[in-house]
Each structure stands twice: as C-alpha cells, then as structure tokens.
Design a protein around this ligand. Structure first.
Ligand SMILES: [Zn+2]
Length: 116
C-alpha cells in the first residue's frame, strides 16, 4: 500500500475544537503531540474506522479513555463500499491531507465532531 514510512510529508490541519481541547487538557499535551507524530507517520494503521454518524472518521487512543478523532483524505475518498465518505472540504484538499478534528475523553471527543 505504500502507506508505511511515506517519503512525502502529509499536510496536517488542526480544527479549532482540537486546538482548544489540547489547551484544555494540557496535562496530556506531550502524549497528544507524540500520538499526532505517530498518526502523521502512518494514519491508516493507527486509526480505527468509526461507524454510524462518524463513518469516514478514524480514531486513535492517546491515554486512558482519551482519544483523537481525525480524517485522512486518501481514505475519505477511497471507500470501496456502497457509501463514499467525503469530509466537508475534501474537494479542495490533497489526498495527503490529515485533519485532526477532535480530542478528549471518549464521549466528549465524539460529541465535539461537527454534524454534517
Ligand atoms: Zn477528505
């Protein structure tokens, strides 16, 4: 698949919600930074695909019940299924765009993902 150890850096974007969550939960800031680096290295392997309303999003645990919810446009566009999931501005993003959407304890992170 060529997704491991990509030579090309991904384009990282951080939502306002993600940035304020990092400030709010500053005690896990370092753990978040490490996880963001790991996800940026291998976004597909580190993400668990979400279902239902959040289909198309990926989540990855940080510490305890804290998790990061993100989008990776390469997979946004490549669902082989019946439903193709595109993020809001997929049309203007490159395939290598990685969008960090939400961060927090499980329920808080899920609740802060914007509705379509
Ligand atoms: Zn997308």
């Amino acid at each position: 698949m060529g997704l491991v150890r990509r030579g090309v850096r991904l384009t990282l974007q951080f939502s306002q919600a993600f940035q304020s969550a990092v400030r709010k939960h500053s005690s896990i800031k370092e753990a978040v930074r490490r996880k963001v680096d790991q996800i940026a290295t291998n976004p597909v392997a580190l993400g668990e695909p979400l279902k239902g309303r959040l289909r198309g999003y990926l989540s990855s645990p940080v510490r305890g019940n804290f998790l990061i919810i993100y989008l990776f446009c390469e997979t946004c566009r490549k669902k082989g299924d019946d439903v193709v999931v595109l993020c809001a501005d997929c049309a203007v993003c490159n395939n290598d765009t990685l969008k960090f959407i939400a961060l927090g304890p499980h329920d808080e992170a899920y609740a802060s993902v914007p509705a379509d």
